[in-house]
Design a binder for this molecule. Structure first.
Ligand SMILES: [Zn+2]
Length: 505
């Protein structure tokens, strides 16, 4: 005890040794200058927008890892700072429909497909017409038909009655069968169809809607394709020309169309890898219990030479977590170890769908039941329109969703030390912006772990190449960092755990 005191006095001569002042001393260490130093590197063009699975993301991960090592955090995953996870880089498939040896239609200009499909070649000699491909109390397109092993031809949408209303709903609103193709695809697969060909007279508008989305590379957590499912393709008016004079609208359910050909899918997706970076300060009394502090270090990459720097999103949260780690570590060195362990974790894959935090909560490095709370920081470096004259604010989301006490603690710490405007405008799972679901804390909340999401709102540079360092307000960012430090200190050191009094079953 004495020794600690000496170190402390050497570090900070003259201040009163009470928990309050000790805490404030280390909180103040989070400052605009250090935040800026880190962010200028992480949000620089050389990191190419830190896109998950790309070189810039790996460079960012290495930078964070080196820093964790430099400040002597304990590696958070065995003896490694990294938690690697495999990803699929989902690229558009090469899809061709060959008909009658003469016509070859290709994705994405003449045909469309939806879903992730394994490599396959399907030959057919005929198509079986199955109306709209619906099976419901009022519409039974498969009645009396056996489509096992057949290629089915179905119409887009759903039938209307003479008044122009949808048959299934009796009004102008369509049913689930018309809203999305998912139910039809599932049903045809259940019936044993080997492929589903949908005719859509408005293929052009479908193309306009989906082409951009389908042509870009998407990223997901790696999944083995264990089952080869019947593919689904959409064909436009070119199909009618192939039906030897028949018009599609004149077909009846069960009509067999003599048409031979093949559907070919080549999956062009590739495998990649990404990582979360984890550093730990071990608790002095309850080392098995963890407070987890997170931000995502990935962003959306670059477009040719245009780099999306992601200074605010979420460079700001990343450097805040790094500075929080340093302050807690300094305190620990001076003898003020937290009672509980703190995991500082920078995740990736957030921009691709919260992948890194999903991987972590599915493959945690500790018993998830021992995670007492997650504080997640995503975009805390800018000021939104509503706060142009009051930059000292932060949107607080989720703090009483599972435990009312977390909100109480957060407010108390803010009243004493933070003095920021805590704004609860988005603190509602039903808010149309759905921010509660849109960052990594959600994967913790899903597992009944109380969370606080700290956020400054969106702005005109959100997900644009103009989200750059010189627009960051580092002073306000440091203030938010200090508030989080105080809240984290309280959570890591208080004797009681947070009661899950707001948990709904
Ligand atoms: Zn973000």
């Amino acid at each position: 005890m004495k020794k600690f005191l000496i170190v402390l006095l050497a570090a900070a001569p003259g201040f009163l040794v009470g928990q309050k002042s000790i805490k404030e001393f280390y909180a103040k260490d989070i400052n605009a200058l250090s935040l800026k130093e880190h962010l200028e590197i992480l949000a620089s063009d050389s990191l190419e927008g830190r896109e998950t699975g790309m070189e810039g993301q790996r460079m960012a991960a290495d930078y964070i890892q080196r820093y964790f090592e430099e400040i002597s955090l304990k590696p958070g995953n065995g003896n490694s700072y990294f938690q690697y996870f495999d990803i699929d880089l989902l690229k558009p498939a090469t899809v061709t429909l060959n008909v009658a040896d003469t016509v070859s239609l290709n994705f994405p200009d003449e045909i469309f497909y939806l879903g992730n499909v394994a490599d396959q070649e399907i030959d057919f000699k005929e198509l079986v017409f199955c109306g709209y491909g619906i099976e419901d109390s009022l519409v039974k397109d498969y009645d009396g038909l056996d489509v096992e092993g057949k290629v089915v031809l179905i119409l887009n949408g759903e039938p209307k009655n003479e008044q122009g209303n949808f048959v299934l709903t009796g009004n102008a609103r369509n049913s689930k069968w018309g809203r999305s193709p998912v139910s039809k695809i599932q049903l045809a697969r259940e019936k044993g169809a080997k492929a589903i060909v949908e005719y859509n007279a408005n293929l052009g508008s479908v193309a306009a809607l989906y082409k951009r989305y389908l042509m870009r590379t998407r990223v997901s957590l790696s999944k083995e394709i264990t089952e080869v499912e019947a593919p689904y393709i959409i064909v436009g008016d070119t199909l009618e020309g192939l039906l030897s004079g028949k018009s599609i609208v004149s077909l009846n359910n069960g009509d067999v169309i003599d048409l031979s050909g093949g559907i070919s899918f080549v999956n062009n997706s590739t495998k990649g890898q990404s990582s979360n970076v984890l550093g730990v300060i071990e608790g002095s009394e309850y080392p098995d219990q963890f407070l987890v502090i997170t931000a995502h270090y990935d962003h959306i990459g670059k477009n040719d030479s245009l780099v999306f720097n992601g200074a605010d999103d979420d460079g700001s949260g990343t450097v805040t977590v790094m500075e929080l780690a340093e302050s807690f570590q300094k305190a620990a060195y001076d003898g003020y170890k937290p009672k509980r362990s703190i995991l500082f974790m920078l995740v990736s894959g957030e921009e691709k769908g919260l992948l890194g935090s999903e991987y972590f909560t599915d493959n945690p490095t500790m018993d998830l039941g021992n995670v007492i709370a997650n504080l997640n920081i995503d975009m805390v470096g800018r000021v939104d329109k509503e706060h142009e004259n009051n930059p000292d604010y932060v949107y607080v989301i989720g703090s009483e969703m599972l435990s009312s006490e977390l909100k109480t603690i957060s407010e108390k710490q803010n009243k004493k030390f933070g003095k920021l405007e805590l704004n609860y405008r988005y603190d509602d799972p039903n808010d149309p912006n759905r921010f509660y679901y849109r960052s990594d804390h959600y994967n913790f909340a899903k597992n009944n772990i109380p969370v606080i999401f700290y956020f400054n709102g969106t702005h005109e540079d959100y997900h644009k190449a103009t989200d750059t360092v010189e627009k960051i307000n580092f002073d306000k960012m440091a203030k938010i960092g200090r508030l989080i430090f105080h809240t984290a200190w309280e959570l890591a050191n208080r004797d009681e755990l947070l009661p899950l009094d707001m948990l709904k079953d």
